[in-house]
Design a protein around this ligand. Structure first.
Ligand code: GLP
Length: 259
């Protein structure tokens, strides 16, 4: 994942002394200083205590706390109760473009990877059948993977595809490479559009173990129903992305005909 650029500044170093504006504007100025400073520090660097920062900048402790809280809310810092405040990992943005995980990570300069947890053929059953728009008795291939970015877990993903459309998929190497590449190059299936649902969830113990983080941490659950150019459903996938590594961005355009 996006580890921060290494910096010549030591994590414990305080931000350079700057002239603080009069009360009122101090908070905003402090926010700017902290933000620039945090951006230079490697992920996981400890932030000095509120007391030290307050002394250093000649401001009230509450002012420091407020600004650190804001940075934490924006995901730039995280707090460990009893251990202090640390620089968070830079998040990865999720855009509105229909990309594979592989493309998504590459676009951000991260090396995508996978760890195959399992691949099997199952009977669709009522729920999956409804998602994939097939009959309940149809066969479905289920692929479970941990998706990594720069060799660190980013998402745990469960993908279902109709078996009829992808003969021999069980024998393909999904421990490496991209599923969408296989779709296209082996099966001549091009993904054209998708509906996605994004919800917020707390990681279960199992999910947290796969993602190498703690149970109860916030995460995005992203469900995707993907169609080919004919509108036929080619996959239904459910992924859980680490909330501390991922960011969902949306581009919205107002309908010009709207009054
Ligand atoms: C994203 C989507 C999945 C899709 C996957 C394909 O993660 N949420 O629905 O299956 O991309 O990625 P790749 O081609 O890298 O295997």
């Amino acid at each position: 994942m996006a580890s921060r650029p290494s910096s010549s500044r030591e994590p414990g170093d305080l931000a350079p002394v700057v002239e603080m504006p009069p009360t009122g504007a101090k908070g905003a100025r402090l926010q700017e200083i902290f933000e620039a400073w945090v951006a230079e520090l490697p992920t996981g660097s400890p932030i000095p205590s509120e007391r030290d920062l307050a002394e250093h900048f000649g401001v009230a402790r509450m002012t420091v706390r407020l600004q650190l809280d804001r940075l934490a809310q924006r995901g730039l810092l995280y707090r460990h109760r009893g251990r202090g405040t640390f620089v968070a990992e830079r998040r990865v943005a999720h855009t509105e473009h229909l990309t594979s995980f592989t493309e998504d990570m590459r676009a951000r300069g991260l090396e995508p990877g996978s760890r195959l947890l399992g691949i099997e053929e199952i009977r669709a059953g009522a729920q999956l059948a409804a998602r994939l728009e097939i009959s309940a008795s149809s066969r479905v291939i289920r692929i479970r993977r941990v998706r990594t970015a720069d060799a660190e877990p980013m998402a745990a993903e469960q993908t279902h595809v109709p078996a009829r459309r992808f003969p021999g998929l069980l024998d393909q190497d999904l421990d490496h490479g991209s599923l969408y590449d296989l779709f296209e190059h082996r099966y001549a299936v091009r993904v054209a559009e998708a509906d996605q649902r994004v919800t917020v969830t707390d990681l279960t113990a199992d999910e947290a173990a796969l993602l190498e983080t703690e149970a109860g941490r916030p995460a995005f659950r992203i469900e995707r129903t993907t169609r080919d150019a004919d509108g036929t459903v080619v996959e239904f996938a459910s992924s859980v992305y680490r909330g501390d590594r991922y960011e969902v961005l949306m581009h919205a355009k107002r309908d010009p005909g709207r009054h």
